[in-house]
Write a new protein. Structure first.
Length: 301
């Protein structure tokens, strides 16, 4: 019969394997492994192990659109848990869920709770993730001046060794730098993010810096490079059935074609955007053909 320690080790291995699958773009397989980790943790009866596994599963529920199922689980963990690490995990995921629901007040509320708990864990990774989340929320609100020092702090806390966490911070930082008019710095950060993700085989996140790069190239008047990155980002997002990157990919593909002098191709992408994401607004393709899409789009919103 497995010992408690053996079960803990098995549960931790499953959670690590689950995140490896997610990073590679296989969210469904990652969710299956988290489900197995939850079963083992619940059978074991260790509350810390159980809540860690439940947080992992709920985090993936959120990313696959099952927010209503995830939020009650996470709120219970947050209200009943004296453990700073699991409280951080629960609050961080709750903030993400409300961010996706466009409720920035609640997203900020839970992000601040996550930040307090990250300081108590004294773990640089948790603290960095918290600063990155706070910076991301500031960017969603288009407060890029406030976001920049938060993102810089998030990067400072991470070692320079390759990690998905470092790549995601670099993407946010690069986009923020660019929006603030520092595209030379921004491109350095964005390419560093993309190279890290490719080196780690984390194709599940590769679309993120590619969208930022596409936006940046449009900003500096290089639509051919923008189109290349937007096309790859859209393909990856479609393979992984991730809707938000698909939407932004279509925006950027249409704008790149427009800047390249291909109005029919631009209309094609804007029409797909309208059909898939704005079905009740048939005027969208014509509108986007005559305005600067970059003025409408905040990739982090």
């Amino acid at each position: 019969m497995p010992t408690t320690q053996t079960l803990k080790e098995r549960c931790e291995q499953l959670r690590e394997s689950a995140w490896s699958e997610v990073y590679s773009g296989r969210i469904g397989r990652g969710l299956e492994l988290h489900e197995e980790a939850v079963r083992i943790a619940e059978d074991n009866g260790d509350p810390h192990m159980r809540d860690a596994a439940l947080c992992g599963r709920a985090t993936l529920w959120i990313e696959t659109g099952e927010i209503a199922e995830a939020q009650p689980v996470l709120r219970r963990i947050l209200m009943q848990n004296a453990d700073s690490l699991n409280s951080f995990r629960a609050a961080y995921a709750l903030s993400r869920s409300y961010e996706l629901q466009r409720d920035l007040e609640k997203a900020g509320f839970y992000a601040r709770i996550a930040h307090r708990n990250s300081r108590q864990t004294a773990d640089p990774l948790q603290l960095s993730c918290s600063y990155n989340q706070l910076g991301g929320l500031a960017m969603i609100a288009s407060d890029f001046e406030s976001a920049l020092p938060l993102l810089q702090q998030a990067l400072t806390l991470l070692p320079e060794t390759p990690s998905v966490a470092r790549a995601l911070v670099l993407d946010n930082l690069g986009y923020c730098e660019g929006i603030l008019g520092q595209w030379r710095k921004g491109f350095r950060s964005l390419f560093a993010s993309l190279l890290l993700l490719r080196r780690l085989g984390a194709h599940g996140f590769e679309a993120v810096p590619r969208l930022s790069l596409a936006y940046g190239y449009l900003e500096i008047g290089r639509p051919n490079r923008a189109f290349q990155h937007a096309k790859r980002a859209f393909a990856l997002a479609s393979q992984q059935e991730r809707l938000e990157p698909q939407k932004y990919g279509l925006f950027l593909l249409g704008e790149a074609e427009k800047q390249r002098g291909n109005p029919l191709a631009a209309r094609y992408y804007f029409h797909r955007l309208q059909e898939n994401f704005y079905p009740d607004s048939p005027e969208v393709p014509d509108l986007l053909l005559f305005i600067n899409v970059q003025q409408l789009v905040n990739l982090k919103a």
